[in-house]
Design a protein around this ligand. Structure first.
Ligand SMILES: Nc1ncnc2c1ncn2[C@@H]1O[C@H](COP(=O)(O)OP(=O)(O)OP(=O)(O)O)[C@@H](O)[C@H]1O
Length: 304
């Protein structure tokens, strides 16, 4: 179990300081796949680095199985962090990578690594600098899975992978996580992918946790409705005057699409009171919910 309590971190720069994480509190249970989602610069990588013990928080704490990670090499043996940058390995070959991680992780399993590298069909003696971005990613993910750590942290999980490889890597990771009861944390901008892969998700914005929920509960409390009057067009204020909390309002011809916050029955009852000719609930994607939540917290959506 990873427990993050009231964690804050400020980067101190020559020109100005930047508070990258603000009082983050989050529990990551064992055996789950947890998705970190957020806008650019939200603090996802920084939080993954704090959990991995690379950065020390200014205040608050991170404990993994009740042990603080920062400055504790033994605790780090339980964690494999796949950074979104693989530059540091450029001169190494796949075989060098194997030796490197063999010495870093006592649990490293040679057979798992060799099988994965064969499955991915990666050259073993070519420097990683001559690999494509996706190939580098594949090699590091193979090392992560072979290290048999209890916790795997993947920054920008599937960056640079083509659709077929995304699916293969995803299956490899999920099978491994389930088989071993390990815990995976992934950050991604691909909300659909997070929705398909994860049990839980956390939305981070400007260093603050906006929500942390089971994926199945993320849609709770939001409804998307298509509504039209028998004559004329509706406007946003007509919906708001009916007592509905409107997150987004768009008109396409005479039909308005409204995203509202609240319970289905309550929203339907309030909108029925304005006697519409059309009133239909339509499914809301996870991506829409994440965007609306961020808009509520001041994120500018260029589509609006
Ligand atoms: N080493 C650093 N020194 C100074 N500021 C930093 C440093 N690393 C990150 N930051 C700043 O902290 C904030 C959070 O960055 P971080 O990389 O954690 O965001 P992110 O959510 O991973 O973003 P992205 O999705 O764009 O990768 C950003 O404003 C970034 O500029």
């Amino acid at each position: 179990m990873i427990e993050i309590k009231d964690l804050s971190l400020t980067f101190k720069n020559a020109d100005e300081d930047h508070e990258a994480l603000k009082a983050v509190t989050l529990d990551i249970p064992e055996g789950c796949i947890y998705g970190f989602v957020g806008s650019n610069g939200a603090g996802k990588s920084t939080l993954l680095r704090v959990i991995s013990g690379i950065y020390r928080p200014d205040s608050g704490s991170v404990t993994i199985d009740e042990t603080e990670v920062y400055d504790r090499p033994q605790a780090k043996e339980n964690i494999f962090f796949v950074s979104d940058e693989t530059v540091q390995f450029s001169r190494l070959t796949v075989n060098d990578l194997k030796s490197f991680y063999q010495s870093s992780y006592p649990t490293f399993d040679d057979k798992v690594f060799d099988d994965l590298i064969s499955k991915l069909d990666l050259p073993r003696k070519k420097p990683l600098s001559q690999f494509s971005k996706g190939m580098k990613r594949q090699a590091i993910v193979a090392a992560a899975l072979a290290s048999r750590t209890k916790y795997i942290l993947l920054d920008e999980a599937f960056d640079g992978l083509d659709p077929a490889m995304r699916r293969l890597i995803r299956t490899m990771i999920v099978d491994d996580i389930f088989d071993r009861g390990a815990t995976l944390i992934v950050s991604s901008h691909n909300v659909t992918e997070i929705g398909e892969l994860c049990d839980k998700a956390m939305l981070l914005h400007k260093g603050e946790v906006i929500f942390a929920k089971d994926i199945d509960d993320v849609r709770e409390g939001f409804e998307k409705v298509q509504i039209a009057l028998p004559e004329g067009e509706l406007d946003r204020s007509a919906i708001e005057n009916a007592g509905v909390e409107v997150l987004s309002f768009r008109n396409l011809g005479r039909v308005s699409t409204v995203v509202a916050k609240g319970e289905k029955a309550d929203i339907t009852a309030k909108l029925s009171a304005i006697s519409p000719a059309v009133l239909e609930l339509v499914p809301l994607t996870l991506e829409e919910i994440f965007i609306y939540e961020m808009e509520v917290h001041g994120y500018a959506n260029s589509e609006e």
